[in-house]
Design a protein around this ligand. Structure first.
Ligand code: ATP
Length: 444
């Protein structure tokens, strides 16, 4: 593979996908800003997720809960007590802080292995691990000393559980059904890094799928297959994806079984999405802490039960990174190196670039008109600056699947050439058929 993380980071900056946040002040560690093409790409990732989990199903409803929640939520959920990572600090020269489980996995091959680990930076001894809570704390109200402590949500899931009863009332659904949500989450990670792979502020795409208890295992399996297929449909190579079941001592405080979808990033296999069987843990705990009944009652049979929950939890930023890494390619074409993002057309920020071959003889005017006719249907770009070869390469680097070029012949018979990013094939088609042709290809 030609790809490295450095190359992806450089392309993201050069072409306007992702910037370091607050860069003119030296940057804020592991926070990033999405630039123009990054915004469009991420929007498409989320849109494809909504399409698959909501639009094309009839057993899902949408939700967008607030980031700030009642503090009791985090007691009930177990996050106040259990959402921690083991922190160790170097006693040697460098004094750096690390996640003990990660160092253990790196140095001893497994995060559960017994034995001594040392600071990877300076080889120094380490402190005993201390449990460090990952939730960001802030205050609600103007006077800090009197104000209630609130937390920035470390996952979107709890917004779904606390709305379970509200949704049940209006949605006329019975288990199995799900609630889907996309939104920001915040974690004060000890070791963020690898670009946008692990940051302190990120976006999650989460489903809580409520099922009759006896069907939990079967739905767990179903969602693993379904989510794995989603990444593959959107172009990630199957050999770069795998499912990995968590060992018993790896499970989160709420989970009875979890499998991760992992992707082969440049730094190795790492989690892309977690698919957990949460049992009835969350609804039971919220019922206990709130005093409300959180169960499903079948009015026909009188049967009542607490549904079990299957949770496919994905990161929008992490998925975006995987799509970028997998799409990144370099090749030689006619003796020149070209960098190309082979993004799935539905993910590509720009679907079609409309380019006049040269910027004279009426070509810019004709190309501009075509562009203006098409841009209400899908994202297009018009570009007349520089040689045609350079403009093609620019579109290759932002992953634009097709370029329509207006040349001398266009002015005679109103046909354009349509260039394919991957095969580099060019076909001539009437300008009037461009819209239908691109829409047909996008629907494939
Ligand atoms: P990791 O151990 O890799 O930080 P996790 O196991 O804590 O992840 P989950 O709690 O299962 O992650 O969160 C579900 C998904 O949310 C992850 O699969 C990932 O895609 C995304 N995610 C979690 N933490 C981060 C983060 N700090 N930055 C970016 N995405 C994240």
């Amino acid at each position: 593979r030609a790809v490295t993380m450095d190359k992806v980071v450089a392309l993201c900056k050069r072409r306007g996908f992702v910037f370091q946040s607050s860069e003119i002040y030296g940057g804020l560690a592991s926070t990033y800003d999405y630039a123009h093409y990054g915004v469009l790409l991420k929007q498409n990732v989320k849109q494809e997720w909504w399409r698959a989990v909501l639009q094309e199903r009839d057993d899902m409803v949408a939700l967008d809960a607030a980031i700030l929640m009642h503090p009791r939520v985090w007691e009930a959920s177990g996050h106040l007590e259990g959402f921690t990572d083991p922190l160790v600090q170097c006693l040697g020269k460098c004094k750096k802080r690390w996640r003990e489980d990660e160092l253990r996995a790196q140095q001893l091959g497994s995060e559960h292995a017994e034995g001594e680990i040392v600071c990877p930076e300076c080889g120094g001894k380490l402190t005993e691990p201390r449990q460090f809570n990952l939730m960001f704390k802030t205050h609600m109200g103007p006077v800090e000393e009197e104000a209630a402590v609130v937390y920035l949500r470390p996952e979107t899931a709890q917004g779904i559980f606390v709305n379970f009863r509200n949704v049940l009332q209006f949605a006329r659904r019975k288990p199995p059904f799900g609630i889907a949500q996309v939104g920001k989450a915040f974690r004060n990670e000890i070791t963020p890094g690898n670009f946008i792979f692990r940051t302190r502020e990120f976006e999650q795409m989460e489903i809580e799928f409520f099922v009759p208890p006896a069907e939990a295992e079967q739905w767990h399996r179903y969602w693993m297959d379904e989510r794995l297929a989603w990444y593959q449909r959107l172009g990630i190579r199957p050999q770069h994806l795998r499912l990995r079941a968590h060992g018993p001592d790896e499970l989160s405080h709420y989970s009875s079984a979890t499998s991760d979808i992992e992707y082969l990033f440049p730094m190795g296999w790492a989690e892309l999405e977690g698919i957990a069987n949460r049992g009835d843990y969350d609804l039971r705990r919220h019922a206990e802490f709130s005093g409300e009944k959180l169960e499903y009652v079948d009015t026909a049979t009188g049967e009542r039960y607490i549904p079990h929950v299957i949770e496919p939890s994905a990161g929008a930023d992490r998925a975006l990174l995987a799509f970028l890494v997998d799409a990144y390619d370099e090749e030689e074409v006619e003796g020149r190196k070209r960098t190309v993002l082979r993004l799935h057309p539905r993910l590509a920020p720009i679907k079609l670039a409309v380019l006049p071959l040269v910027s004279r003889e009426g070509m810019p005017e004709r190309a501009r008109r075509i562009y203006e006719e098409l841009r209400s249907a899908f994202f297009c770009e018009y570009d007349e600056g520089g040689s045609i070869g350079r403009r093609y390469r620019r579109q290759d680097e932002i992953g634009t699947p097709w370029c329509a070029t207006v040349d001398g012949q266009t002015l005679e018979d109103d046909t354009v050439t349509l260039r394919d990013r991957d095969s580099l094939e060019q076909v001539r088609i009437p300008a009037s058929r461009l819209r239908a042709e691109i829409e047909r290809r996008l629907a494939e």
